[in-house]
Design a binder for this molecule. Sequence first.
Ligand SMILES: CC(C)(COP(=O)(O)OP(=O)(O)OC[C@H]1O[C@@H](n2cnc3c(N)ncnc32)[C@H](O)[C@@H]1OP(=O)(O)O)[C@@H](O)C(=O)NCCC(=O)NCCS
Length: 173
Amino acid sequence: MERYHLTRSFNSEGYDLSIAEVSAHEPGLIPVLVELDLLSYAEPTFSRYTIGGMMRFGRIFVIRADELVIGACHTYRSFDDPDEVVVFNMALRPGWRGHGLGTRLLRGVLERLAAHGVKRVSLAVATNNHRAIAVYRSKFGFADVARLPNEFNNTQEYLLMRLDLGEWASRKP
Ligand SMILES: CC(C)(COP(=O)(O)OP(=O)(O)OC[C@H]1O[C@@H](n2cnc3c(N)ncnc32)[C@H](O)[C@@H]1OP(=O)(O)O)[C@@H](O)C(=O)NCCC(=O)NCCS
């Protein structure tokens, strides 16, 4: 396992980074993921019930630094196209953002989804979320599919993006 240094000067010990697919139901993770959600958004995305449902019937991936869960990615299969998986949500704990860890988490997620035979990944991202869009577009090649003016019945416009996993795998170094 690779030793990761958030800042070399302040943390000479570094962290063991790991990305895990939560394939068994782990109720103890629910409050951790609810808190991560509350730290990440002005309005809660999840409750204990939606996380519990996502854990059992969708697929959650977590990134840990040593034992601490520092981020998560929540996915489910598309009903209209079972070859497609939706990244419904991805977030890191605030202090861990902007260090390349979201990119690492998503890479780990896409590799595991590809190993499950998933062909495409789609997501909706707020058009003003420039950092997330930069990750999806520049790091992985997610393509813009459509603008969603009223996706969540708020005043925020969203962008529907999609990635062909086979094409992504063929581009990987
Ligand atoms: C979105 C999120 C998961 C990304 O993870 P992260 O670890 O912060 O992102 P990374 O450090 O891997 O990559 C960010 C990239 O965006 C770039 N970036 C940052 N701010 C940017 C901006 N305003 N405009 C364009 N690019 C920007 C960075 O330069 C970096 O690219 P680089 O490595 O080439 O310099 C994380 O920031 C997060 O949890 N945000 C809050 C929750 C959220 O918005 N989730 C997405 C919901 S769809």
